[in-house]
Design a protein around this ligand. Structure first.
Ligand code: GTP
Ligand code: SPV
Ligand code: MN
Length: 605
């Protein structure tokens, strides 16, 4: 075994015995050539990018067009989260529930010992200490990820608060979530590395909720590999949150300010690639209204002393969907991508810039996400549909000043939504908290390219947490209901929204993007005691006149259609399908949700 130094030259504060022992154990299992403790410095980042350039993992973009930015092309077999290969290893299968892949922890540990043995041979093992949430915040949590991927180090540097300060904070023997990651591609003596090492045969993303540990093998992409994100901040955190009485959710956080300068804070849970980043930083089409961003993907919510729910964004950056992003759809995102970004699986132009579908008119000639020449005649997509940018939150021109407030922001409204071409109205307000939990439990959406597999098919994605809940989804609902019963709680109002209704020709009926501010305005009015609306069997819905459509080219007829509740199809199609969705949870389904369903049926009949 090669000699290893536990301390690189720049780090001398590794005094946390538990981390040192843990790192030594992982190193003796995975056999890296060297160990590098990340301090998060600029010098270290320069070294990591240099390494990626030399290895062909990254190419620098034209510094005159896109300063300090890089394009990375992944292996075509490693382009999205692998839900099939994602496991929850709680003690008993019932704790993981019917919507998770459960594995027995002991057997899985044995399997992992086998997979990880020698997995980092020929590579450097990076140790990344990090904080999820503003360090020192009562709501923040610490983690340490080891990885053999420089790309992951670069990503974690943008997405989390990592490096020397985090390590110093951990030195007080604080708890941390243990994150072990390898691309599963050891190098033998003298073997040359490849640009995107991964393991084509074996991939697994494994969670041990009770142990607070994550083991991920074989993939270098996004949520499979940046373990702070979905693995920690959602799957492990949701388990912790349930035990401790708070919520870890797949939600954006935004600040909405009215022309009268009154602000409210909103969170919104939409499934992957269903519009969180876009809503989080939208430029309202309505005059005088302002949206500012606090987070675009994950919210941790705790009760404050005043009984309100306060949210923090545990992340420090955005790992956002590139295709569809343009100066018309999301100008703030375009501005934040002007420099200091990593782009993964987008196309590149002849002058060394990036391009993706719908950014603007396609250039005549491009290099596509696989590195092949692409011309406008080409039928295939130039950027992969799940191509992403990685960028620091501080690059966002619409970032709210409270974005890293350790106390979080008090939430007035929680939105649930998905991609539904039919039936689900543009917006609907829950009658009360438990009805809101019901609306969250029946979120369904057409599948997107954010996860491997066929896109377009409709699936239930309760609370937008189907792939991200670290325990039984039925228990998650029970936890939400329990949250609602807290003494003195000043609960947010809950809404279901749907920007994705289509006509028979397959075109979107609602213009979406900046026009969603019109719906936000109605929600603001409801939250501040003004907005109109009428009761329907599924909740409170605005009259077409309650939605400000000034300056918008949309017919009264389309507005009617978007806000209509088609009682027949709710009764004869939606209700039976909800029943079927609920049936898989058996006795674990909270009785209150069974009642909510019966009451809905009664109101429809
Ligand atoms: P994840 O990062 O996977 O969690 O996705 P997300 O929920 O943040 O979705 P994002 O905002 O990145 O949007 C995904 C895709 O949906 C992009 O291609 C957007 O252009 C598109 N999209 C976002 N908002 C709207 C909208 O209001 N209407 C329509 N038609 N498309 C939208
Ligand atoms: C999602 O799929 O919801 C994402 C991207 O935000 S990933 O980090 O890959 O999970
Ligand atoms: Mn997401």
């Amino acid at each position: 075994m090669p000699t290893m130094s536990l301390k690189n030259k720049d780090t001398n504060s590794v005094t946390h015995q538990k981390i040192i022992e843990w790192v030594e154990n992982i190193a003796s299992l995975t056999q890296p050539d060297t160990i590098h403790w990340c301090d998060g410095s600029d010098k270290e980042a320069a070294h990591i990018y240099d390494l990626m350039l030399r290895n062909g993992t990254a190419t620098q973009l034209n510094p005159n067009l896109r300063p300090n930015s890089y394009i990375v092309r992944s292996d075509p077999s490693d382009v999205a989260r692998s839900e099939e290969k994602t496991f929850i290893c709680s003690r008993r299968p019932e704790e993981a529930g019917p919507t998770n892949n459960w594995r027995e922890p002991k057997a899985m540990h044995q399997h992992l010992q086998h997979l990880f043995a020698g997995a980092m041979h020929g590579r450097t093992m990076y140790v990344i200490p990090f904080s999820m949430g503003p360090m020192g915040s009562k709501m923040a949590r610490m983690g340490v990820q080891v990885t053999d991927s420089p790309y992951v180090v670069a990503g974690m540097r943008i997405m989390t608060r990592m490096g020397a300060p985090a390590l110093e904070y951990l030195a007080d023997n604080r708890d941390f979530v243990a994150c072990i990651h390898s691309v599963g591609c050891p190098l033998s003596e003298g073997q040359k590395d490849i640009p995107w090492p991964c393991n084509q045969q074996d991939k697994c993303i494994v969670h041990f909720p009770e142990e607070r540990a994550i083991w991920s093998y074989g993939s270098g992409y996004g949520g499979n590999a940046l373990l702070a994100k979905k693995c920690f901040a959602l799957r492990i955190a949701s388990h912790i949150a349930r035990n401790e009485g708070w919520l870890a959710e797949h939600m954006l956080i935004l600040k909405l300010t009215s022309p009268q300068n009154k602000a409210i804070y909103i969170t919104a849970a939409f499934p992957s690639a269903c519009g969180k980043t876009n809503l989080a930083m939208l430029e309202p089409s309505l005059n005088g209204w302002k949206v500012e961003c606090i987070g675009d993907d994950i919210a941790w919510m705790h009760f404050g002393e005043d009984g309100r729910l306060y949210a923090i964004n545990p992340e420090a950056g955005f790992f956002g969907v590139a295709p569809g992003t343009s100066m018309t759809s999301n100008p703030n995102a375009m501005r934040m991508l002007n420099s200091n970004c990593i782009f993964t699986n987008v196309a590149t132009t002849e002058n060394g810039d990036v391009w993706w579908e719908k950014m603007n008119a396609p250039p005549k000639k491009l290099t596509d996400w696989r590195g092949n020449t692409w011309t406008a005649k080409n039928e295939s997509q130039a950027a992969h549909p799940n191509a992403r940018f990685t960028v620091a939150a501080t690059q966002c021109p619409a970032l709210a000043k409270e974005w890293d407030d350790p106390r979080g922001v008090p939430i007035s409204a929680i939105l649930f939504g998905g991609r539904r071409a039919t039936r689900t109205p543009l917006v609907c307000e829950a009658l009360n908290w438990s009805h809101g939990v019901f609306l969250g439990s029946i979120v369904s959406s057409e599948k997107t390219a954010a996860a491997e597999g066929k896109t377009g098919s409709l699936r239930y994605d309760p609370m937008a947490m189907l792939p991200f809940c670290g325990y039984n989804m039925a228990d998650h609902w029970a936890h939400w209901l329990h949250i609602g019963k807290r003494k003195g709680a000043q609960l947010p109002k809950i809404y279901a929204v749907n920007w994705f209704r289509k006509n028979k020709a397959g075109n979107f009926l609602w213009p979406g993007f900046s026009e969603n501010s019109r719906v936000l305005k109605w929600i603001f009015e409801r939250c501040t005691g003004q907005g109109g609306g009428h009761n329907t069997p599924i909740g409170t819905i605005p009259d077409p006149s309650n939605i400000d459509i000034s300056g918008l080219n949309i017919t009264e007829e389309i507005m009617q259609h978007l806000l209509k509740v088609d009682v027949d199809s709710w009764l004869h199609e939606e209700i039976p399908s909800i029943r079927q969705h609920y049936a898989q949870f058996g006795d674990d389904l909270p009785a209150e949700l069974t009642s909510e369903l019966s009451e809905l049926q009664a109101r429809l009949s």
